[in-house]
Design a protein around this ligand. Structure first.
Ligand code: TZD
Ligand code: CA
Length: 530
């Protein structure tokens, strides 16, 4: 007789789910025992890493990723990483084991009373089936909800005695069910937007992560070329939606009201596509937009549209909308922007490798199509000054700014891409610690990520903020005495430390040529070793 385990897994496998990212406890063992042959279990040693790996995997494949957590404590450990996945609109299906159904009310050890409440308000859908027989349908609902626009993580708590229970009637229909997001711009809406852009004197595009997630980067190029207009990446970029060496590319918009206003000066029409308006960070008040500027906002996320403080919004999947706009706009009579100057020659130094020089060396060493998972918070501008990113999916950054994404997401993305694309993780010596156990998973499963740790001995970005906020020298900003070579070797990843450009170039060549993970610690500031 079919069990809940058989019926539940039939649903998951029907959606192409053949990988589980997890960290198990007693509540989860019956779920794991029900895993069908051919399913891969990727063990992460901390739940932040488990969710970070799944997030990188889902962003690399575009499909759902299944996570299995241990009750309340496992879910709690996962919350920071979950915030990133929410803002990345990653279709993660989080499951957590629950104690035996009949005992939860007594709050026995490892029961999670009110389990569905715990991950809210981060997830938009969270549930614990009211009966074992509803588990397969609930799993289907979880997958559909995660995948329907605007996409995002969902959570399901499942009592462990459910898995071996007999499946009820009506489970046969579940695996074949599909739900589709079908909304699109109406023809007259497309015309309205195309006319506003086509008749603008000086339009500008501001593109966000949804464009890259939809693989609409080439449509954005056509639109920018027809409009002969500049293109920015929206503030607090978590993906790269536009080729960074295209003549129209201007970089990442700075993340303050004042600097957005200044950067958009002189433009009468701004199209923000696939991003919030705006994901500000530094609080520098000013007018939201230059006087007289009209802002058009295109997003797949109704909440993003509703909460924006300015602009007119259209809610639709951005991929087809950009393709439609690219086809519909009248080409402008303006001259196209000139080609970009050659990459600036980054300065070198004695005894350390400044970040911009490091990024130039990575560009020279990385094979075409390399995915850059970045989490080095004070060096974002230096990275984009040296970046040559063309293919969709070439750049990932924690979408909610929650550190601990970089190392695990790189492992998840490399697992998804296999031998088709290489992944390099460019991670600060602060950020690395929040997801450090991802190194073990990379070693354990021979996932050939090139890990580069930028060691400046400090929380550099916070030093920048200390200047902005005038808080002076505060405790908790320095990180002396970290040795990433010994840490990496302890987790099973071969590593070396470098402090000059030639040695770094050689180390990168070796790492990109390896068939397993490698870690390179780079001293990026004079006093980095502390
Ligand atoms: N904890 C978590 C989970 N997320 C955070 N964003 C922070 C703390 C605060 N934080 C930042 O926002 S940036 C930063 C911290 C601690 C410094 C990161 O240091 P790093 O990079 O070494 O990775 P830089 O280039 O030295 O800033
Ligand atoms: Ca640092």
């Amino acid at each position: 007789m079919a069990t809940i385990g058989d019926a539940g897994w039939a649903v998951l496998r029907a959606h192409g789910i053949d990988t589980v990212f997890g960290n198990p406890g007693s509540n989860e063992l019956p779920f794991l025992a029900a895993m069908p042959a051919g399913t891969r279990y990727v063990l992460g040693l901390h739940e932040g890493v488990v969710v970070g790996m799944a997030d990188g995997y889902a962003q690399a494949t575009g499909g759902p990723a299944l996570v299995n957590l241990h009750a309340a404590s496992g879910t709690g450990n996962a919350m920071g990483a979950l915030a990133n996945a929410v803002h990345a609109h990653s279709p993660l299906v989080l499951t957590a084991g629950q104690q035996v159904r009949s005992t939860v009310g007594q709050d026995v050890m490892l029961a999670n009373t009110d389990a569905a409440l715990l991950p809210r308000p981060l997830v938009t859908w969270s549930s614990e089936p009211a009966d074992a027989q509803d588990v397969p349908r609930s799993l289907a609902e979880a997958v559909h909800t995660a995948l329907l626009e605007p996409r995002g993580p969902v959570y399901l708590s499942i009592p462990y005695d459910d898995w071996a229970a007999p499946a009820g009637p009506h489970t046969d229909h579940l695996p074949a069910r599909r739900t589709r997001s079908a909304a699109a711009l109406a023809p007259e809406q497309l015309t309205e937007l195309a006319t506003a852009l086509g008749t603008a004197a000086a339009p500008v595009l501001v593109l966000g992560p949804q464009v890259d997630a939809a693989g609409a980067n080439a449509d954005a190029v056509v639109l920018a070329e027809k409009l002969a207009c500049p293109v920015w990446i929206a503030p607090s970029a978590s993906r790269c939606p536009f080729p960074t060496r295209h003549p129209a590319f201007r970089g990442v918009l700075p993340a303050s009201v004042r600097d957005v206003n200044r950067s958009l000066a002189g433009h009468d029409v701004v199209l923000v596509a696939g991003a919030p308006v705006f994901r500000y960070h530094q609080h520098l008040p000013d007018d939201l937009l230059p006087g007289g500027t009209r802002l058009l906002h295109l997003t797949a996320d109704p909440a993003e549209a509703a909460r924006a403080p300015v602009g007119e919004a259209w809610v639709a999947p951005v991929g087809p909308a950009l393709a439609g706009l690219a086809a519909a706009v009248t080409p402008a009579a303006r001259p196209a922007p000139p080609p970009p100057p050659p990459f600036p020659a980054p300065g070198g130094a004695d005894g350390h490798v400044p970040p911009e020089q490091l990024f130039a060396l990575v560009r020279a060493a990385a094979p075409a199509g390399t995915v850059h998972v970045c989490e080095s918070t004070s060096t974002v501008d230096a990275f984009f000054a040296q970046a040559d990113l063309t293919e969709p999916g070439s750049y990932l950054f924690p979408a909610a700014g929650g550190l601990g994404f970089g190392l695990p997401a790189a492992v998840g993305a490399q697992l998804a891409h296999g031998s088709r694309r290489r992944v390099v993780a460019l991670v600060g010596d602060g950020s690395a610690n929040y997801g450090i156990t991802a190194l073990w998973s990379a070693a354990r499963y021979r996932i050939p990520v090139v890990f580069v740790i930028l060691r400046n001995g400090t929380y550099g970005a916070l030093r920048g903020f200390a200047e902005l906020l005038g808080t002076g020298e505060t405790p908790g900003l320095d990180l002396p005495g970290l040795d990433f070579v010994r840490i990496a070797e302890g987790y099973g990843v071969p590593a070396e430390s470098v402090r000059d450009a030639d040695t770094l170039a050689a180390a990168l060549a070796t790492a990109f040529g390896a068939d397993g993970p490698r870690l390179i610690e780079v001293l990026t500031a004079p006093d980095a070793a502390g």
